[in-house]
Design a protein around this ligand. Sequence first.
Ligand code: FAD
Length: 435
Amino acid sequence: MTDSRSTTPPLRVAIIGAGPSGLYAAEALTSQDDLDVSIDVFDRLPAPFGLARYGVAPDHLSLRSVRNTLANVFDHPAMRLLGNVEVGADITVEELHRFYDAIVFTYGAATDQRLEIPGEDLAGNLSATEFVNWYCGHPDAGSEHVEATITAATSAVVIGVGNVAIDVTRVLSKTASELDHTDMPQHVLDLLAASSITSVTVLGRRGPAQAAFTTKELRELGELADADVLVDPDDLTLDPVSRADIDGERRRERNVEVLREWSTREDGESRRTISLRFFSQPVEILGADSVTGVRVERTRLDDDGALSGTGELVTIDADLVVRSVGYRGMPLAGVPFDSTRAVVPHDEGRVLDDTTVVPGEYVAGWIKRGATGVIGTNKKDATATIRSVVADAPQLPRAARPDPDAVTALLSDRGVHYVNVDGWRAIDAAEIALG
Ligand SMILES: Cc1cc2nc3c(=O)[nH]c(=O)nc-3n(C[C@H](O)[C@H](O)[C@H](O)COP(=O)(O)OP(=O)(O)OC[C@H]3O[C@@H](n4cnc5c(N)ncnc54)[C@H](O)[C@@H]3O)c2cc1C
């Protein structure tokens, strides 16, 4: 360590969002040796981990260990958690600049995309966000609405063929005993145990070769205790574009292998069926007051890979539709935003206002790249952004009020009850005690 490092005050860094990308950014900052840092991680929720807590399906127990790894960063003496503080509502970005030399935006992409087809607002429709928030026990979950919708349902259509769509399908199709050992809230377990749903149809606009799900997630559908998976063999006749898409792509190749095996299965005796239908584009959600079906147009891929409708229409009876066609970032007041891509624009993690770098502002994770990639993808991404922070540190304009007590005093004066690491650990311990 050089003398200059020990005499320069630590770089005060605010990280906005305690999801995987925020905590990987904190880890990258605390594990570098070039400068001293002092870090506050803000989150609008009292508990950290973002979608690693309120997105990852609770029946994927092995992913809990990721949370434990992410939590280790709070043991570092340079770290504070300021949970239950919503940036933009409880404190503005402009105000943050008074207290911090650098701000890293890692606030994720928590809104779902819409289909923009008629009938999308009829009762009986849910977005994946609503359904996932409910089964994960998210504080924002609109439980009454979701519960009324699920309770009334017998036939579900899930729109989308990514891993979230597969999560939704699996959760709707599992038996009570398959869900029992998860950490889903008890009211969720009770309602799913009493569910009358007997069929779940999953719709993909393109073919099996283009589906975004991973093979591990897909395979799980075939291993459920009381659900049969059905695939139409015609969907697996590969056109030249699909053959080219699969070529050398192990994930796609394996997905098609799994689907091919399922396409030879007969409808069995199970209580539920899961039908995976490709080249099927929803064009209208039918119903007068609530959903009664989905009108679907058969599609094809042109030679250049573009999707077109064939005009062939079928109706699938359904009283529940869950759309799962992607997540979208939202603007945060005072931060540049590219509304076409729904991301904060950047150059190597440095926030850009048009083409100009905004001094002291950085971005990482889903709000930087868009809503793609698994938890681990955010580590490399956040580390790259922190390399820019560290490189810029000597030139950054310093904050007027760097004393860590100054920002918490402002929050307290405003009546904001922020949750620190001890407070969150107490909540966590209480939740674990409750099972
Ligand atoms: C339903 C679902 C299931 C998934 N399952 C898996 C899986 O099984 N395995 C896997 O590897 N990946 C999974 N992923 C992907 C993974 O969750 C993401 O890659 C990852 O969470 C993105 O991290 P992030 O930190 O950028 O965003 P997020 O995880 O969304 O974290 C953003 C954080 O910012 C906070 N925040 C938002 N706005 C503000 C504000 N104004 N002020 C303060 N805080 C704010 C939020 O509360 C949140 O805690 C899943 C994603 C979804 C949507």
